[in-house]
Design a protein around this ligand. Structure first.
Ligand code: AMP
Ligand code: MG
Length: 415
């Protein structure tokens, strides 16, 4: 029997093989949640012009030097500048321009006094008539309430680097600098293969001896969450012909990654292994982890391939630990796994393999507490429904008393 392979060595071997996909150009709205394949360099200053941070009056700040509520300074109002307009005139000493938030600062102005610090009152709304004069109730510093051109970003600035995931702020910023299209990493197509005479789909009748295919659905969710495009094929029967046909159909899709479940355990019908061997270069690993010891990994016609174990929890845990980082690398995303420290609330047991225990996480003052979700059978998918994370009990460690600190691989954001 082959020796058990360490989880970290398995992951290192996998990541060494995996290549990131090429770039494609997409329209800006389609870039949401995609990975930038180029640095984004701003062709313009943002804001593009000096503008007002307030509704008020643009003035020359030296004109306000003597102003106070008791002794207001009166200026003549010579301009009215709405957002979107481009003021032509020059502000001379003793004059002011009514100005709206975001509107360009006229030449000569060095500060904006908010309307509430003047004798004007816009309670009648924006269309209130332009007064002939305005009284200032306070003095202003140079530049007060002026947003300077380029203060957010300057022309030529690199505002995002390749590898950035485009979120809402990023897409807005790219729109702000006027790029209608961006280069992103192509989204990986991932084919999901399920086989087993016992499996039926959700629309089928659950006759005696049958169970529903859950792995096809959980994997589709996991793949989508990791930035891939899942493609689920119909379930194959436990016959060479049916399994060969399934793989032929999978390859016709020209996928970037193949993920099958079941057929890699010791007791499994050897048919899947036969077909994997016919088609590709596949290693059958025994990984020092629980759940998920048996795992097939390699390439089929040059396409990376994972044969995950069939038990629903094993499928999900091996995906999290080994396939997710691989898919992240294919998609050009950060593939480093981040664990958090937590204190276990109950005693935990391992069997000498690295154990991924399903836990609920709860914040308490100064610490994160991990509690077992209860039943830990690799067939009990409810343990994943309840879990916020996978607590890692290291190799060789068969007992960890309550109060021990463990690393936890989070499965969702922790409240
Ligand atoms: P096998 O590797 O074929 O022996 O399968 C191991 C266990 O996983 C068996 O209990 C199967 O019924 C179960 N299993 C295999 N494939 C799936 C699937 N797609 N959905 C749910 N359970 C599965
Ligand atoms: Mg089977």
């Amino acid at each position: 029997m082959k020796p058990l392979l360490n989880v970290d060595s398995a992951l290192a071997k996998i990541l060494a093989d995996i290549k990131t996909l090429e770039a494609e150009t997409v329209s800006l709205p389609d870039s949401y949640n995609r990975v930038l394949a180029e640095d984004i360099i701003s062709p313009i200053d943002l804001p593009p012009f000096d503008n007002s941070a307030m509704d008020g009056y643009a003035i020359r700040c030296e004109d306000s030097a003597a102003a106070s509520r008791a002794n207001p300074v009166s200026l003549s109002v010579i301009m009215d500048i709405m957002a979107g307009s481009a003021p032509a005139g020059q502000l001379e000493a003793g004059t002011a321009a009514r100005i709206m938030t975001g509107a360009p600062i006229p030449k000569g102005a060095t500060a904006v006094i908010p309307v509430e610090d003047t004798d004007d009152n816009w309670s009648k709304g924006n269309d209130s008539p332009l007064p002939a004069r305005v009284s200032l109730f306070r003095s202003l510093a140079m530049g007060e309430n002026i947003r300077l051109a380029g203060e957010n970003i300057g022309a030529g600035d690199t505002i995002m680097t390749a590898g950035t995931v485009v979120g809402a702020a990023e897409i807005g910023m790219i729109a702000g600098i006027g790029l209608p299209r961006v280069e992103v990493i192509r989204q990986p197509k991932v084919v999901i293969l399920s086989s087993g005479d016992e499996l039926v789909d959700i629309y089928d009748e659950l006759t005696p001896g049958k169970i529903r295919d859950t792995n096809g659905y959980t994997l589709a969710g996991l793949i989508r969450g990791a930035g891939g495009l899942p493609i689920r094929l119909p379930i194959a029967k436990d016959s060479l012909e049916s399994i060969r046909d399934l793989y032929r159909r999978a390859l016709e899709i020209n996928p970037d990654l193949l993920i099958s479940t079941a057929g890699v355990s010791v007791g499994a019908a050897d048919l899947v292994k036969v077909v994997m061997d016919e088609l590709g270069e596949i290693d059958f690993w025994r990984i020092n982890m629980r759940p998920g010891k048996p795992l097939a990994y390699g390439t089929i016609c040059g396409i990376p391939f994972f044969g995950l174990p069939g038990n629903p929890v094993s499928t999900m845990v091996t995906f999290e630990v080994l396939a997710r980082p691989a898919l992240a690398k294919i998609a050009g995303r950060d593939f480093n796994q981040r664990t958090v420290k937590a204190t276990i609330a109950d005693d935990m047991r391992g069997d000498g393999r690295r154990t991924y225990a399903r836990v609920k996480l709860q914040r308490e003052p100064g610490r994160l507490v991990a509690r077992s979700t209860g039943i830990q059978s690799s067939g009990a998918l409810m343990s994943m429904v309840l879990a916020d994370g996978l607590a890692i009990i290291p190799e060789e460690q068969t007992f960890m008393p309550a109060g021990s600190e463990v690393d936890v691989l989070p499965l969702r954001s922790i409240e």
